[in-house]
Design a protein around this ligand. Sequence first.
Ligand code: KG4
Ligand code: ZN
Length: 343
Amino acid sequence: MSEPLVLGIETSCDETAIGIVRGRTLLANVIASSVDEHARFGGVVPEIASRAHLEAMLPSIKKAVADAKISLNDIDAVAVTAGPGLVGALLVGTATAAGLALGLGKPLYGVNHLAAHVSVDFLTHDLPTDPTIALLVSGGHSSLLQVDDITDSITKLGATMDDAAGEAFDKISRVMGLGFPGGPAIDLSAQSGDPQAIDFPRGLTTSNDWQTRPYDFSFSGLKTAVARYLEATPNYKKADVAASFQEAIVDVLLLKSLAACKASGIDSLVIAGGVGANSRLRTLAAERCQAAGVRLRIPSPALCTDNGAMVAALGSLMVAAGRAPSQSAFDADSSLPVEVVSL
Ligand code: KG4
Ligand code: ZN
């Protein structure tokens, strides 16, 4: 089968998302988000997310099938996020996918949400994504990966010791009163600020850190530094704080990504996950990768944040690589390690 038609289901957090791809062509990408229901709590509430998935699931599948102009019977395989994520939210997706695959008599692939973030680039750029260094920066995870084969060989080079990059954006946005989710809010506010206004710390970049944990991240010191600055500066300029904070995060993410490219001799970098939508990260990554002779790939902002297309894309790659499907009764795994591409 050269061009598998794959339906992907993503429910790891607050997006009920259905994607349909044929080979590497995106046919439908439907996203129903419950983000507005969580906003007043300042973060995602698992129970609300699970209930919203239940309500949005069938209408979203119907819309995706209509958008793709296919019939459900045409589908060659069903892929679903098996983890990591909120367990109640994941279960809505895995139960739906298992039922759908069983009903259609088609194979089921339970795949890793993080690997799916990386694989979505395959729908945009011509080149294979592997081997590559991948910077995966989302609301729940921040890691540097070496991807030798996106369907079964991912090595973690380093990860955050505390907050994920997106989480740091969300928390700082909250203390600055910029709202939730914080990433887009800080990105917007930073547009009118000076990134050099305040010299915030770059975590884990001392010469000792470069020796002992070159590919790990830490954002807690930065978070504390921003909070102290806000307390000590009653008339602070929001845009300058946003821009300087954003610059500190983006700078360190790229320093470590390019160091990993250099040390591994892999001249390819994929940036994936919600923080990949950040405009400053995209601009600075393009500049620094060009200077270092590294080929950069970042999916469009809409494909960086959670979506179903990424799950379908990884499913399509699994089918094309001849990987074995999952058992229909596999368990969702809320803390699925990044190295486990499928269950
Ligand atoms: O990948 P994602 O949609 O969900 C997870 O798997 O976590 O990532 C969500 C995270 C949130 O923390 C959000 O604030 C952040 O991505 N984010 C951004 C931007 N857009 C979304 N962070 C910085 N700049 C953005 N433009
Ligand atoms: Zn994600």
